[in-house]
Design a protein around this ligand. Sequence first.
Ligand code: G6Q
Length: 545
Amino acid sequence: MQTTQVVPLGDRPAWKALGAHFQQIRDKHLREFFEEDPTRGERLVVETGGILLDYSKNRINDETLKLLVQLAAESGLREKIEAMFRGDKINITENRAVLHVALRAPKSESIVLDGEDVVLAVHTVLEKMSGFAERVRSGEWKGYTGKKIRNVVNIGIGGSDLGPVMAYEALKHYSQRDLNFRFVSNVDGSDFAEAVQDLNADETLFLVASKTFTTQETMTNAHSAREWALAGLGGDEKAIAKHFVAISTNAKEVGKFGIDIENMFGFWDWVGGRYSMDSAIGLSTMVAIGPENFRAMLAGFHEMDVHFRTTPFEKNLPVLLGLLTVWYTDFFDAQTVAILPYEQYLKRFPAYLQQLTMESNGKRVTLDGTHVTTETGPIYWGEPGTNGQHSFYQLIHQGTRLIPCDFIGFYKTLNPLGRHHDMLMANVFAQAEALAFGKTAEQVKAEGTAGWLVPHRVFEGNRPSNTILADCISPEVLGKLVAMYEHAVFTQGAIWNIDSFDQWGVELGKVLATRILGELESAAESGGSHDSSTNSLIRKYRKNK
Ligand code: G6Q
């Protein structure tokens, strides 16, 4: 077990200093911060590879930043970053390396893990994926009856679904439009039924994406897909090879399913599910946008990796993002972070980040197994703007909770249409401004508002946000944005000294349902081996199903 030894969080000098410092500035208003330093909006900004982070509308001053950066150093962040990039087995509870950074390392680099150059292995799979993607895109890959493939259905769940769906939606503009893409994840049969209801089996290709190839939902959907395809193709088992490919680390199970190993795209146990959209799990993305665009996305990821690894913490975009989250979570008791992309193509980005952040840092023990002494991973949530403005923003503006927000906007749109983009971006800037500065009772009165109405129309302000800007949504920019959040999550995990790369809570869910399924399906009435509530619910279901 190789881990960086650090002193407990509460004993780190910077942590103690932050506690005292928090008492001094906890009530200070962003209005005052900006009045004291008119250059703040230009100073508290970092930019790398065209991604700009304006973090000036946060409840911090130079002292806060100094202490947060010191905390990162005292938490061994630098050493932990190196350990990850080197391939140390930092996922200690699964005894695994954490090398998603190798998935986007250029061919010229080499990372040796257990005697194997994993970068070489990555590029071998990328080549195989590219050849396959080209054949499907060009129409060279034919279905069993000789027809071109028109529909690509990705079957996967969790990390084998959320990244592919998010990336497909984000990069739809770059996709080959004569191919239809569908994503099936839920074991609820309606998901599969709706995904294929208007498709013909002879033009449909299934990508079965599962690291383990044993996940109940995915295997159930894959078997239903197999039956559906065989029914539509005359029942010849040989048809399977033309209509199913697998993305997995488990060749044995893939073979058992009947998929030709030639049509399997591999990855490795050092790629966590939620960190896998840039591995073979991204095959649907590559078929959609083409190998060249996929490589541009990988280059974007890599550029952010290099920035994270080499830039001093005070100028390091993911480190700053991560530290600010620790600041609000542990000192201001903020429970959530809102992700607010002002870009319709990023409509699945908040859902994607929910898994990345909450599965990674939803942990309550440190690496040495002792209970943490602070709150850890906050709840991430969000919706694209401006839609969210017409629903939940009310609570962010005038509710009782502190909700730090990440606004994500772009200088350019891929679909210029009259004044739409200026209007969209005016809303980003206006929301961040209103949240920070609010509207005082004096301002409300000066507008002629009746006295009794004034409290209702006052906005306290002092609600923090980051504004993240980039040129326009593109494969490269998407890679940078995802890597930025991956490394912000890493930074938080390093401060809390937790294992951000296991997911025992998810594993539990995989086991629990199996036992009850037997009771739901068996002919004999269950003896009632559960608590009275579960027993009674099972009885009700059996009676009414
Ligand atoms: C991700 C999680 C989880 C996983 C799914 C699917 O980090 O481990 O979301 O991706 O449970 O697992 P398989 O890819 O093995 O089917």
